[in-house]
Design a protein around this ligand. Structure first.
Ligand code: TXA
Ligand code: MG
Length: 320
């Protein structure tokens, strides 16, 4: 084990916060069994304390320390997708603290698919409660530098595992009801889950929004953001130039105009590549004092569902 991992695990044992990479986004971790440590997460993020956190565990064999009445579907999904970008909502064990669950009788659990995260969890030997390591309502961090920019000294240590492979937050599926339900779409899709479950999960659309990610104000940059169809992107660019302002554009093609006020970032045209880069690009363009940021509307097919979900919320967050 590296000295760095040992130090991070020791800090967690002492009740300190450690930010760490996962395959989705960076997490802000605390010992899930220590309510005082978990309280520090809410203070650092500026997040309301009734919002539940995901408990990250080193392996499926830790499930019953946190959850009870675990259905077979949980083990089937864990076998298929863990370590990986899937969070399971299960009935909680009675001793799981309200600080973690937001006072609900359920708990969110996941085994992250990143080597550093797994090393840390194994060295620590317990559950690590971790939301995304951004301030409440901001874009999730996908690189260690983003965490430093967001949280500065509020965190004792940031483990640097490079850029996150997936780039958007895990799929959350609720297994506590009669039918499994997706509460937050992610890169593991309803169809992927349905293959293992034998039937498609429901979507959370009709549900009370228990996940803060389902509040419209989330994932937002500060600069006004617009999602525009390909044929109107150029009109937004012309409008900014007419106002002599800088404009940021994220689109899957090269910039058709040459003007230093246009900050054009070409993004991948496939959903995997797009998810990988979108948060870092939004963050970069948000720091440049643009009149607005324009993202060319991605395809609406099932593969793009989670990406469209995050973009729609980012737009709503600043227009509300
Ligand atoms: O990919 C991810 O899930 C990342 C990495 C760090 O693991 N984490 C993440 O955490 O996105 P956070 O706190 O930003 O979002 C976790 C979501 C929240 O929307 C929270 O409400 C939901 O999980 N959640 C956690 N426990 C829950 C529960 N018991 N019932 C319903 N939703 C729950
Ligand atoms: Mg978050």
């Amino acid at each position: 084990m590296s000295a760095q991992i040992e130090k991070a695990a020791a800090l967690l044992r002492q009740g300190e916060l450690v930010a760490f990479p996962t395959e989705t986004v960076y997490g802000l971790g605390a010992d899930a069994a220590n309510p005082a440590a978990v309280a520090k997460i809410f203070a650092a993020k500026g997040r309301p304390s009734d919002h539940p956190l995901i408990v990250h565990i080193p392996g499926v064999e830790h499930l019953d320390r946190w959850a009870r009445k675990i259905p077979e579907t949980a083990f089937a999904l864990a076998k298929a997708f863990w370590p990986g970008p899937l969070t399971l909502i299960l009935k909680r064990q009675p001793d799981v603290s309200d600080a973690v669950t937001g006072g609900q009788d359920t708990v969110g659990l996941r085994v992250p698919g990143h080597p550093l995260a797994l090393e840390l969890l194994k060295a620590f030997g317990g559950g690590v409660a971790a939301p995304s390591a951004n301030r409440f309502g901001h874009v999730s961090p996908t690189a260690a530098q983003h965490v430093h920019d967001e949280l500065g000294n509020a965190v004792s240590m940031v483990l640097d595992g490079g850029p996150c492979r997936v780039g958007i937050e895990s799929t959350i599926v609720d297994l506590t009801g009669p039918q499994s339900r997706i509460l937050r779409p992610g890169m593991i899709s309803a169809v992927d889950l349905g293959r293992v479950l034998g039937r498609l999960p429901g979507t959370g659309d009709d549900a009370v929004p228990r996940a803060p990610g389902s509040l419209e104000s989330h994932y937002a940059p500060r600069t006004p953001l617009a999602l525009l169809q390909p044929d109107v992107v150029i009109f937004a660019v012309r409008e900014a130039l007419a106002a002599n302002r800088r404009i940021g554009v994220i689109a899957p093609m090269a910039c058709p105009l040459s003007d230093e006020r246009i900050v054009w970032r070409e993004i991948a045209g496939d959903h995997v590549g797009f998810a990988h880069d979108i948060y870092a690009l939004l963050r970069e363009l948000d720091s440049l004092d643009c009149m607005r940021i324009v993202v060319q509307t991605p395809p609406q097919s099932d593969n793009w569902r989670a990406i469209n979900d995050r973009l729609r919320r980012a737009v709503a967050g600043i227009e509300k």
